[in-house]
Design a protein around this ligand. Structure first.
Ligand code: ADP
Ligand code: MG
Length: 574
């Protein structure tokens, strides 16, 4: 069975294609959205999802969030004193989704289509693949997120040459892509974005407005930063709820416990909207760039599609309506669209007849080229980047270019393959090198022919052969780049697989118990005095019920604790 997975920065989802339609799969808590969060408990067990997210405030040094940002880098994320790579943490999330899918489908799930942002480079795509493999999947394909969103909206059923703009505002990133459908093929024509702009920035605006309305916070010099302190105080949770309320009502009455006192303030939508002006302004540039790259103006777009949880904000819908002079499509739930598209693609992969005709192509998210030296005004200038495949070229693609020697009797030409958009080659990511021998000759008389071939799975094949005026000389050299500068090689993958196999997991049927306990602990940390005593008593009763190991007793205690916690937490899940 093949599943489709949206591996998001904030949330991840899994789905399958069944009876001609995508079906999303709930996790052990019954939610379609699983927070992309991992936490290690005091016994060395790994928690994934909502239970882990609950611990972000109370156990910041044992909990990791938003690790998708570090995919493809060598950064080690510390959890309980041990460093993990982003792909290892992502693998834990994928493993949990795999278990959920297997429980739901009642059969083993071995293959997956996983979505990635269109702008992900080689190393990031490779890391996503490794994460899938570490979780025990055969990764059938990486699918660009906007293409997935287009599939969820049935782009493939449109007339030829229909262009879609996908506007994706998630928790921490903003991505704009222009897709075109032609002759059974969906193409990502352009993609642009801001990797430092997302729903969290709007949450922060609410937190700041609250601080301004509460002199106690200002006097204490407290600042709503994404740090441990602000998570611990429930400040983030309150602001997140406030943001959602302000999307539905003109006012939001907010409250939080701080240093034993209850602080309260009522925020007005008009003030919130005014405070968001700068953030809304920042959404414009990537949109303009994507339209310019795709050489299309807003009137040429067949549809504008909003995806990502943060597009639920009315201010975002209004901005999109103003910019594109039309109402954007939002008929598919914006949190679910990418996962639904991934499931559609999984169905296609499984050769489901309903979708047989659809063939997809994607685009090169970054330019690929080599380092060259140029003769400018009689002087040799090095470190020039010479693109061979330009950004936004549809893939698969194969392009060739000629280069010649710059020095007298030069015997070697170094093909130094880079990825990026800087004219200075050293700013761009090095993917690999290849040395070509050439016969000694006057400068410019011999050279090399370089061919780059790139496929939809992110493999770059480099062919190079020495040439002179009469044609090819010597043998054809070939380099297959699956290894970017910063990704895991086979040995590292094997070691990671062993490390992950050694980790202890909580069984799936324990997930809700774990979540309730973490939630109670978080509420305990947020409250003081009598309320703490009450929470402690609830928790003790629940633990007693768990000790009985009697399923009926556990079930009853679980629903009691859930109700008790809801009564002081209003039951929000995020
Ligand atoms: P990602 O792609 O990063 O995993 P999501 O698409 O799940 O992210 O979006 C998460 C963001 O959506 C969060 O910042 C969250 O606050 C925001 N969000 C979800 N629901 C709402 C809502 N009703 N109003 C405003 N923002 C929301
Ligand atoms: Mg997303």
């Amino acid at each position: 069975m093949i599943v489709g997975i949206d591996l998001g920065t904030t949330h991840s989802l899994v789905g399958v294609f069944r009876d001609g339609a995508p079906v999303l799969i709930p996790n052990a808590l019954g939610d379609l959205l699983t927070p992309s969060a991992v936490s290690v408990d005091d016994h060395g067990h790994m928690l994934v999802g909502l239970a882990a997210r609950e611990r972000a405030g109370t156990h910041a040094d044992r909990t990791a969030l938003a690790f998708k940002r570090w995919m493809g880098s060598d950064k080690l994320i510390e959890l309980a004193g041990r460093g993990y790579r982003a792909e290892e943490l992502s693998a834990l999330v994928l493993k949990a989704l795999k278990a959920d899918a297997e429980a739901f489908l009642g059969e083993p799930v071995t293959e997956a289509v996983i979505t990635v942002p269109a702008y992900f480079n080689e190393a990031q795509r490779r890391a996503t693949r490794s994460a899938g493999e570490l979780a025990g999947f055969k990764v059938e394909r990486l699918l660009n997120e906007p293409t997935a969103a287009g599939l969820a909206y049935g782009l493939q059923e449109r007339p030829d040459h229909a262009s879609f703009l996908v506007f994706d505002l998630g928790g921490g990133t903003f991505d704009v892509s222009v897709l075109e459908y032609f002759d059974g093929v969906v193409e990502v024509r352009a993609s642009a974005g801001d990797t430092r702009l997302g729903g969290e920035d709007f949450t922060r605006v609410v937190a700041e407005l609250f601080a301004r309305a509460c002199p106690e916070l200002a006097a204490a010099g407290a600042e709503p930063l994404r740090d441990r302190w602000w998570a611990e105080r429930g400040w983030w949770r309150m602001a997140e709820q406030g943001k959602r309320t302000l999307g539905e009502r003109e006012e939001a009455a907010l409250e939080m416990v701080w240093n034993g006192q209850t602080l309260a303030a009522t925020l007005r939508r008009v003030d919130y909207d005014a405070a968001c002006t700068e953030l809304l302004q920042r959404l414009r540039r990537p949109i303009e760039r994507a339209l310019a790259d795709a050489q299309i103006d807003p009137s040429g777009l067949a549809e504008v599609v909003l995806v990502g949880g943060a597009t639920r904000m009315p201010a975002i819908r209004q901005l999109a309506t103003r910019l594109f002079h039309r109402l954007p499509l939002r008929t598919v739930d914006p949190d679910l669209a990418i996962a639904q598209g991934a499931a559609v693609q999984a169905g296609l992969k499984a050769r489901d007849a309903a979708l047989d005709e659809v063939v997809l192509t994607d685009v090169m998210p970054y330019s690929l080229g080599i380092v060259t030296v140029e003769e400018i005004a009689g002087r040799r200038v090095g470190d020039r980047f010479s693109p061979i495949i330009e950004r936004n070229t549809p893939v698969p693609v194969s392009r060739m270019q000629h280069y010649s020697t710059v020095a007298e009797a030069q015997r070697q030409i170094l093909i130094d393959v880079r990825q990026g958009e800087s004219p200075m080659a050293s700013d761009n990511l090095r993917l690999g090198t290849l040395e070509i021998e050439v016969p000694a000759a006057p400068a410019g008389q011999v050279g090399v022919r370089v061919r780059f071939s790139y496929d939809a799975n992110g493999l770059l094949e480099v062919d190079a052969q020495a040439t002179d005026a009469r044609g090819a000389l010597g043998e054809l050299r070939n380099l297959l780049l699956r290894t970017g500068g910063t990704e895991m090689d086979e040995a590292a993958l094997k070691a990671a697989r062993e490390r992950l196999a050694g980790l202890k997991h909580h069984p799936r049927d324990e997930q809700e118990n774990r979540w309730l306990i973490e939630r109670a602990k978080r509420l305990y940390a947020d409250h003081l005095g009598d309320e703490r005593r009450v929470i402690q008593a609830w928790l003790a009763a629940f633990e007693l019920a768990l000790d009985s190991q009697e399923p009926r007793t556990v079930r009853a205690a679980r629903s009691a604790l859930r109700e008790q916690l809801d009564s002081i937490d209003r039951g929000f899940r995020f």
